[in-house]
Design a protein around this ligand. Structure first.
Ligand code: DPX
Ligand code: MG
Length: 564
């Protein structure tokens, strides 16, 4: 058998740990898909459309570390690029692979189908360059290995998406086999001198403070430092808060865990202890309008040390070219034998008011949000992953108490409604051993609903809580108008459409606590496919956090233009 460019790409994907890749067929990628099918241990998984294909790969990357989506030129790739923007925002190495025009057509003056109708096909590559950390176009087999390796290596290092387009006639061309995977995994080490200086600075930052606190940020996973953060917390002894988008990046059963710090919508006691601290170690944070609650809670100034994946800023100094994990290890080493700086943890336990468990609602009373959240909370186990969509599902998920090992996935930087359906599909493909729960609003679901059919196809026992509150409730709280009302669907009924003649998905509508409980029992028992539970609640029945946060974000959005 001739070894080809397509094989090279497929083998590299398998080498970096991909067992699956997501695809939508089109004539520019068919031959490439044939080549990829020939790679041992690499399954081809199909999606209903390219936006979903990109988000499926993004969800897969959340569970597996990296993902790949294969699409056709322009009509496919331009849709997938939205999800690639999301992967960039969310720090996930997703490789977008697009079939491309025949190499002989590039520069020929030919006008081709699926293009904008001009003979210049470079526009897709140009767009991809803005949304990825590496974008390459392969029009000859000779150049393929170096270009493929460059794109994949850069994505893995930067934890950002990359783009590879392959001319449709080049995919089956002969190509050498790839070498050891180490060639694309190897990373430049921290600069030892800078590392020492950065650790010195952070050690004196801590030494000069009596009440330090840690803040775990949403880039911590991408920095590969979740375990290191736990050891740093143990070494310091202080309280640890997490940012909303970093939910589950620090174990909530850890004795130092002090809840979600999110300005006015922090979990009980977290804002008070954060404000009481005299120094904050921010681990890989992202401070945007959402995470700072409309710029009202933005930790900055002399008492803040920023510890990013490759960059440290503390005490008015900046250090580049160091890996966060090396910095943390160095710091832990310095803290050895020193008394614990546990003031914030001690104080947190003093001020925290014990939360009363939510009482079960009257079983036959109309379903309310609090009862819905209570029942979902009851489903969480140490092998559960909750994928929570933009909307009040964010706030419901952030308020959950996570048992050790439970994970929450949020897309708070990109915030594309509809993300969670394909992302849940991709996540479930990557982690079939976990209990996977999706929480999705009705408005969001309408964007990407068809991907539930792929969960049916692959018999994935995902549980979807579809919140039917008849509209865009988060938008209602920020700024209401007729555009926030949506056409109602028979969401539970959709499952029979997706099942068709051979599926085993189940759909239920819950209008009371008792109905929801019954539906959950059936969902847990259904191992042959997804179960969608449509939870019917009132249009204004949302978390109080959403109302407070929404008001602050709306105020930030409404700032008038500055005078010139
Ligand atoms: C929009 C949002 O029903 O959830 O809990 O009812 O709000 P809630 P739904 O899924 O509604 C979501 C809706 C319309 N955001 O409230 S958050 C604007 C928006 C976006 N992404 C895309 N288009 C519009 N975030 C792709
Ligand atoms: Mg809604």
């Amino acid at each position: 058998m001739t070894y080809t460019v397509g094989h090279y790409l497929g083998e590299r994907l398998a080498q970096i740990g991909l067992k699956d890749h997501f695809a939508v067929a089109g004539d520019y990628n068919l031959v490439l898909l044939d080549q990829l099918l020939e790679i041992d241990g690499l399954r081809q998984v199909y999606c209903c459309n390219e936006l979903n294909c990109g988000f499926s790969a993004e969800g897969y990357a959340r569970a597996n570390g990296a993902g790949a989506a294969v699409v056709t030129f322009s009509v496919g790739a331009l849709s997938a690029l939205n999800a690639i923007g999301g992967a960039y925002a969310e720090n996930l190495p997703v490789i977008l692979i697009s079939g491309a025009p025949n190499s002989n057509d590039h520069g020929s003056g030919h006008i081709l189908h699926h293009t904008i109708g001009t003979p210049d096909y470079s526009y897709q590559l140009e767009i991809a360059k803005r949304l990825t950390c590496a974008a390459v176009s392969i029009t000859s087999a000779e150049d393929a290995p170096v270009l493929i390796d460059h794109a994949i290596r850069t994505a893995l290092r930067e934890k950002k998406p990359a783009y590879i387009e392959i001319a449709c006639n080049v995919a089956p061309m002969p190509c050498p086999r790839p070498g050891p995977v180490g060639a694309i995994l190897a990373d430049a080490p921290s600069d030892p001198e800078t590392l020492k200086l950065a650790v010195d600075e952070l050690a004196s930052f801590i030494a000069a403070r009596k009440k330090p606190i840690m803040l775990v940020g949403s880039r911590l996973r991408a920095a590969g430092c979740e375990d290191a953060a736990i050891r740093l917390a143990d070494a310091l002894g202080c309280a640890v808060t997490t940012m909303a988008a970093a939910k589950s990046f620090f174990p909530e059963d850890h004795p130092a865990y002090a809840g979600t710090y999110w300005g006015d919508v922090s979990s009980p006691g977290a804002q008070q202890i954060f404000d009481w601290a005299d120094g904050v170690l921010c681990l890989a944070p992202v401070f945007n309008d959402y995470s700072t609650v409309g710029w009202t809670a933005w930790p900055k100034g002399d008492n803040v040390a920023l510890m990013d994946a490759r960059h440290i800023a503390a005490g008015g100094k900046a250090f580049d070219g160091v890996h966060l994990r090396d910095v943390i290890e160095g710091l832990i080493d310095r803290l050895k034998g020193q008394p614990k700086k546990d003031a914030t943890l001690v104080e947190y336990h003093r001020i925290k008011t014990p939360e009363a468990p939510v009482a079960a609602a009257e079983p036959n009373a109309p379903l309310v949000r609090a009862e819905m959240a209570r029942q979902i909370q009851g489903l969480l186990t140490s092998d559960t992953s909750v994928i929570a969509e933009t909307g009040d599902s964010w706030f419901n998920a952030i308020q959950m108490k996570l048992p050790h090992g439970a994970r929450v996935e949020l897309e708070m930087q990109w915030g594309h409604i509809g993300w969670s359906v394909p992302a849940t599909f991709g996540y479930a493909v990557a982690a079939p051993e976990r209990r996977i729960i999706a929480m999705i609003g009705d408005g969001s679901f309408q964007l990407t609903a068809q991907e539930v059919a792929q969960m049916v196809r692959l018999k994935l026992p995902v549980i979807i809580f579809l919140v039917n509150n008849r509209g865009y409730t988060i938008e209602v709280q920020i700024h209401d108008g007729p555009y926030n009302n949506i056409k109602n669907w028979d969401y539970a009924g959709l499952m029979s459409v997706f099942n068709a003649e051979d599926g085993h998905g189940k759909g239920f509508r819950a209008t009371t606590g008792a109905e929801m409980e019954k539906a959950i029992a059936a969902a847990v028992a259904n191992r042959e496919g997804p179960t969608l539970i449509e939870c019917v609640i009132d249009r204004d029945d949302c978390t109080s956090d959403l109302i407070s946060w929404g008001r602050r974000v709306a105020t930030a959005n409404a700032r008038p233009p500055a005078a010139r």
